[in-house]
Design a protein around this ligand. Sequence first.
Ligand SMILES: NC(=O)c1ccc[n+]([C@@H]2O[C@H](COP(=O)([O-])OP(=O)(O)OC[C@H]3O[C@@H](n4cnc5c(N)ncnc54)[C@H](O)[C@@H]3O)[C@@H](O)[C@H]2O)c1
Length: 318
Amino acid sequence: MKVLITGGAGFIGSACARALIDRGDTAVLVDNFNDYYDPQLKRDRIRKFLKGYEHGFKLYKGDIRNRDFLAKVFATERPDKIIHLAAMAGVRYSIAKPALYADVNVMGTTNMLDMAVEYGVKNFVYASSSSVYGNSSKAKFSETDNVDHPVSPYAATKKATELIAYVYSHIHKLPTTGLRFFTVYGPWGRPDMGVFTFIENIVRGKTVEVFNQGNMRRNFTYIDDIVSGTLTVLDADLPCDVMNIGGDRDEALLDYIAAVEAAVGRKAKKKLLPMQAGDVERTVADIRKLRKLGWKPTTRIDIGVRSFVEWYKSYYGC
Ligand SMILES: NC(=O)c1ccc[n+]([C@@H]2O[C@H](COP(=O)([O-])OP(=O)(O)OC[C@H]3O[C@@H](n4cnc5c(N)ncnc54)[C@H](O)[C@@H]3O)[C@@H](O)[C@H]2O)c1
C-alpha cells in the first residue's frame, strides 16, 4: 500500500513513515520544511532517523497550500491512503499568527481533501488535537463532548478541520478519521513543546519554567503509541469519525518532570509561573473508542522519558 504523509519530515510524520516501511508499505512524504522550529531537525529526521529506509519512501518538498504542487504529487504517486499531519502546530504562536494558522491548517487541509476525492483515496486520516476541548472542566474528555469553545486560534483551526472532513465524508463518501492527539513526546520530538524543553533544560542544568504553578495534568503519549494508533485507524477505513488518542493514564506535570529528573540523574531548578494565555489546565483523554479497534497504549512514562532523554543526549551531543 502507498501512503501519502503530509508533514512527513515532522515528529509524528517521520515516525509513521518508518513504521509503515517496516511493515512493507511505501510512504510518500510531503513537507515544506518551514522554520517554525529548526528545519535542521526535520532534515535530520529524513537523513538520520530514516537512514536505511530510503527504499521505502519518496520525499516531495512543497507546501500543501500550493494546489499545483499537490496536483503533481498526486498525479505522479496516486496514493492509496493519506495521513495528513502537516500543520502549524504550536498553540502559543497561533495567538500571534492566526491568519497563518487558518491558511495552513484550514485551507491546506481543504486542498488535501479535494485531492483525496479527485484521486479516489481509500482513507484519509488527519491530525486534530486535544486542544479542541478548550478549558472543559470534565474529568475526562470524550469525543461526544461539545467542543464549541476553543481557547486558541490553533484549537479553532483543528475543530474547523474536523468539520470540513465531515463534509467531505458526507458529500463525497470519502472515509475520514480525525485523531485528537494528546501531548506527544519521545525521540525526534518537537523542540517547541514543553515536554521537550523540560528535558533540554534539565540536561543542561538550566531553570525549568513551570506554568500554572505545575497544576496541570496531561495524558502524555509516547510516540510509538501514537504511531500504532494512527496505523490502526489507517487500516480500519472508518466512514467518518473523530477519536482521542492518548496515553493510558493522566499524569501531573510535576510527575513528568520527576521522571525526567530520574532519567537525567539531576534535580530540576524550577521556576513556578502563572498560567499562559491559550493554554489549558488539564487534557485527559477518554480513549475507549480507539481501544475498541484493538489499540492500546503500552509505554510507561518512566520508560518513554528515558528513551527520550537518551535520544536528546546523543543527538545534541551532551
Ligand atoms: N505533537 C503533539 O503533541 C501534537 C498534539 C496535538 C496535535 N498534533 C498535530 O499533529 C500533527 C503533527 O504534529 P507534529 O508534532 O509531528 O508537528 P511537526 O511540526 O513536527 O510536524 C508538522 C510538519 O508539517 C510541516 N508543514 C507545516 N506547514 C506545512 C505546509 N504548509 N506545507 C507542507 N508541510 C508543512 C512542517 O514542516 C513539519 O515538518 C500536526 O497537525 C499537529 O497539529 C500534535
